[in-house]
Design a protein around this ligand. Sequence first.
Ligand SMILES: Cc1ncc(COP(=O)(O)O)c(C=O)c1O
Length: 612
Amino acid sequence: MAERPEPVSDLDWEPQRARAFVDAVADIYEELLSRLPDLPVIVHEGLEQVRAGVVVDVPDEPTPEAELVDYLRRMTFEHSAFLGHPRFYAYVSGSGTVPGAAAELLAAGINMNAGGWRLAPSAVEIEMALTRWFAQQMFGMPEGAAGAFTSGGAMANLIALKIARDSRAGWDIRAEGVAAGPPLGFYLSSETHVVSDRAADMLGVGAANVRHVPVDDGYRMRADVLREMIVRDRADGMRPIAVVANAGTVSTGAVDDLEAVAGICRDEGIWMHVDAAYGGPAMLADDLRPLFAGIEHADSIAFDPHKWLYTPHSGGCVLVRDLELMRRSFDLEYVSYILKDEEHTDWGIDLGRHSPNFSRGFWSLKVWVSLLAHGRDAYARRISHDAGLARYLGDIVEEREDFELMTPVGLSITCFRYVPSELPASGAEGREEYLDLLNERIMTEIQLGGRVYCSNAVLHGRFCLRSCIVNYRTEADDVEALVDIAAELVDERVAKGRASGYEFVIAEADGRIMGYACYGPTPATKDTVDLYWIVVGADAQGRGIGREILARTEAAVRLAGGRRLYVDTSGTEKYAPTRAYYRRTGFRKVAELPDFYAEGDSKVILVKDITP
Ligand SMILES: Cc1ncc(COP(=O)(O)O)c(C=O)c1O
């Protein structure tokens, strides 16, 4: 017989010790909340600095708690991004609710497994109640509608489209596979988030069978074209099975005409899925809800509490008109090690049978506790306020001479760009390309600067700055700061460029000149610029441009009569050209350039010497 094992209790902390550690972590959280408005939005560091700051060897022996807390504090304040900062406007990133953060701790502390009812009775019943509430009370779906929590919107869309595929293919696709029938058609709009394309790929539908329906002036799916495409594809032997309509597109916040899409889906017997990952919670706000008329007809809806319900990352949600279809799409009969005596118990459903996840945590608690703590009305007020702030930002940029609103504000998204007041009126050659590059630079400088943080959209091929407010901490002065700081950065940049004595024009590596200046107040053109050339020698990942591109670039430089070459290694000395390189190529090095951000691996930049 084996020897009786002695206790091994290293990992088993006393409750007092647990409490002390949690208190110390809570202190960091309190400090974060107090300092948040004064912190940079993102602590800007390069890869190496972050690695050096956070990666340590896994120790053999315990790290003393004081040391560990100190480490966590430094990780938090010195190497993190603060998406809950009142001036964070990028992508669609909720700010994180305070009750939600506390709920996460408790959920981890109880440590249930919501994959099985017996392992998480309260978690499963809360999740079911909440998904029923979202489906039926918030979105107006009928009785029987419910769903499940997911890791985020990507997973919610994938799950919904899997159910659509399985229930509309017309054969037992789970058993026989996609090859057993005709090609299946998915219909997205050109504005639908890429995660639905990826879902189609993962489901074996094939990119060639995903249609991107064009949009109207308001970036809404053209319902008339959708109908034509479906009819044509069917005549060509495809089986159209699912439409992904948008309730808040990621670029502009557009909401498709959901009534019209629902009508087409009904007529054509097609599954209507709505990607409401971003826009969904606007159903709580009286002034925004009418935009979503028709969403109640959806067969499935994806929406993300971690976006506009502000709950901590991550947590999305998939809702299905008929929950039974969800079980049928994911259930497996052969799990022999899980015996469930349904006859002698009144246990509820096992969420592990309803989605790709098997074991999983108490994902709904942070959302549930946030809704309980704040109540529906406060949510409605704040969501409506976010949309109001986005419209206010739209008005500010419309009023200013040096900014331009690029599309009407959609939900809480404002797309705009900086346009120097002295720029020639629209139609001038190179103007649009110049503005693209200028605004690209402004965005990058905004992001590097860390005082405010926005991202971009590309609308009709044009680069815009984009602000999305899903943040209960943002107020009017924060919104004003975004525009003011953008303008300030341009002023600084122009001054710096002028002081440096250079202006820039950018061309492709093959010598094709794209025809715009980076930082000058007006676009330079090929004719106004002396041909001094720069190769940007490393891409954003610092990989260097490679021999082939360098050789092509050199040839282009010579062809164009370039005399000097600057290889910008974007911060990595590794690729800096040697003296021998300059000797061999006959180029002279341009040493004194303003610090200069350029992404991409194959740009040639012409420099005009404007030194007085
Ligand atoms: C409309 C839309 N759908 C899907 C997604 C993907 O969601 P997630 O990032 O939570 O996976 C996003 C993300 O921004 C989105 O805006």
